[in-house]
Design a protein around this ligand. Structure first.
Ligand SMILES: [Zn+2]
Length: 210
């Protein structure tokens, strides 16, 4: 009998394997045990939990991002509000709606750069602070993914205003919904893949041989 266990549940799983309690789940049609069945199940569960939690944290981070834009708009001496506005897809023939922190008056390039950069950057600070203390792999992965996403927004939004106002070049890709949501989705997908690989490596390390 070959038992495959995750690191966290090692003690309980060892006992269950020794008891043979779960053997039925891992036996194939020919009566042979499937040595990796439990490991695959752990991958699937872990990946799904990272995916769901990353998307839930993304929703909260998204709200914080726009609120921080508004805070910085006031901090640089202007005023404004958060509005919902239509956002035309760049490569597809339809429009979505997006939250947007709108200054009441046109900001100069320096203040607009500060607003663009520090909105997402300040929203990343509390998540980055949590990373220092969270040790559970699922919330840790979700927090890391969302800090990366917010830093991405800070760089892209600063780059967008500098390209347009300072270097007079308009890279329209930067302001499309596809790019602004596609890259964060890619970050989440890579995080899910990374944690699945790390889990498989640690799982291999704790296999109990026949
Ligand atoms: Zn923003």
């Amino acid at each position: 009998m070959l038992c495959v266990v995750g690191q966290e549940q090692q003690r309980d799983a060892v006992q269950r394997c020794l008891d043979g309690a779960d053997l039925g789940q891992d036996v194939d049609a020919r009566g042979y045990t499937a040595p990796n069945a439990r490991l695959y199940k752990t991958w699937g569960n872990l990946a799904l939990r990272v995916l769901i939690l990353s998307l839930l944290v993304f929703i909260a981070a998204f709200g914080a991002h726009e609120v921080m834009h508004l805070v910085v708009i006031y901090a640089v001496g202007s005023s404004g509000s958060i509005i919902v506005r239509p956002w035309q897809m760049g490569y597809l023939p339809f429009t979505i709606y997006a939250l947007h922190a709108q200054p009441a008056d046109q900001l100069d390039v320096v203040r607009q750069s500060i607003v663009n950069f520090f909105g997402p950057f300040l929203a990343a600070v509390p998540l980055a602070a949590l990373i220092l203390y969270v040790r559970e792999p699922v919330p840790l992965a979700a927090l890391i993914a969302n800090v990366i996403i917010l830093v991405f927004y800070a760089v892209v939004e600063l780059g967008d205003v500098l390209l347009e106002k300072v270097w007079n070049s308009d890279v329209s890709l930067l302001t499309t919904p596809e790019f602004n949501y596609g890259v964060p989705l890619l970050v989440v997908a890579l995080t899910v893949a990374t944690i699945a690989v790390l889990d498989s490596l640690s799982g291999r390390g704790s296999r109990i041989p026949e």
